[in-house]
Design a protein around this ligand. Structure first.
Ligand code: NAP
Length: 280
């Protein structure tokens, strides 16, 4: 029986939980596959395409989500819009997709978090752009909050939102200048991620004005931001649900696999235990 070959590429990639998630998703639908972790530096990406093109498919994480586009035969419309690829399928030709939007929307749904009205996204990188466009589509007012070095990216993102959606209400500010009431605050930066567990991207004064918080960071399972939000009685969750849902869509793209809600829920719970054990 053929053993299909998959991988995740990124740099650095030592703490990735992706092999655990994807191996479980292959097991559930009884696909005989091997899923490897490949640490590839940006300057080695072009050279690595020879190996990557021999795989049946692969996932792409930081810092290659944009750079990989140059080396693919085609990309989906969403990947083109967001200039971001996190899933590649090789079927004679290499095609790139992004499953982050699906992961985010299903992830917040799973956590019973509502995206409505004024939403603040902290960070102006790749995933912030995906989420900002999706929320603007849902008629949310989007505020991008960035640190000094990210202000240019924040301005570009807001311009792109307004160009793509005429009616869209979008603006940007410095993180320390987040003002007013916030229906949903999303952390789309690595702040708070292991080993930087004692950092939080916003202070308590800002947090207390938020109704809900979704932190894309999933290691630790509950970041300092999520713990602080909960201590103020704010509905808050980490990004594990998004991680699992974006992986689920990757499998659908690779081989048409479908998963039940109970399989997905169980996988999210098992990832939680895995994270608590430090991915061993
Ligand atoms: P990215 O393109 O590298 O963007 C990172 C953003 O974070 C940039 O705007 C960067 O600002 C900002 N940032 C970095 N360090 C910061 C700090 N100390 N203070 C304030 N802002 C800071 O990365 P990405 O792909 O968008 O991913 C962002 C985060 O989301 C990562 O932690 C990633 O692991 C997580 N993520 C989670 C999932 C999930 O499934 N849960 C999926 C995708 C991504 P500058 O431009 O100023 O550097």
């Amino acid at each position: 029986m053929k053993k299909y070959q998959f991988a995740v590429i990124g740099h650095p990639i030592v703490h990735s939980i992706s092999p655990f998630v994807h191996n479980r998703l292959f097991e559930i639908v009884k696909v005989n596959a091997e899923y490897k972790m490949l640490d590839i530096k940006p300057e080695s990406l072009e050279y690595s395409m020879g190996i990557l093109n021999t795989l049946d498919g692969y996932n792409v994480t930081i810092p290659h989500k944009y750079g990989i586009i140059n080396f693919l035969d085609d990309i989906s419309n969403k990947a083109r819009l967001y200039q971001s690829v996190n899933t590649v399928k090789n079927v004679g030709r290499s095609v790139g997709y992004t499953t982050d939007a699906y992961g985010f929307l299903n992830g917040i749904d799973y956590e019973e978090i509502d995206a409505y009205g004024r939403v603040v996204i902290v960070g102006a990188g790749g995933v912030a752009s995906v989420i900002a466009h999706e929320l603007a589509e849902k008629n949310c007012e989007v505020v991008i909050a960035a640190r000094d070095s990210g202000m240019k990216k924040a301005a570009t993102l807001v311009r792109s939102l307004k160009e793509n959606m005429e009616e869209c209400k979008a603006s940007f500010c410095k993180i320390e200048d987040i003002s007013g009431d916030v229906n949903l605050l999303i952390n789309a930066t690595p702040v708070g991620m292991y080993p930087d567990k004692e950092s939080s991207v916003v202070g308590d004064d800002t947090l207390k004005r938020c109704r809900q918080v979704y932190d894309l960071v999933y290691n630790p399972y509950e970041t300092k931001l999520v713990r602080a939000a909960k201590s103020f009685g704010i509905k808050a969750a980490g990004g594990l649900s998004m991680l699992v849902y974006q992986a689920v869509l990757a499998h659908k793209i690779w081989d048409g696999s479908e998963y039940s809600d109970s399989d997905i829920k169980q996988l999210i719970l098992d990832c939680h235990s895995q994270i608590d054990r430090g991915f061993e």
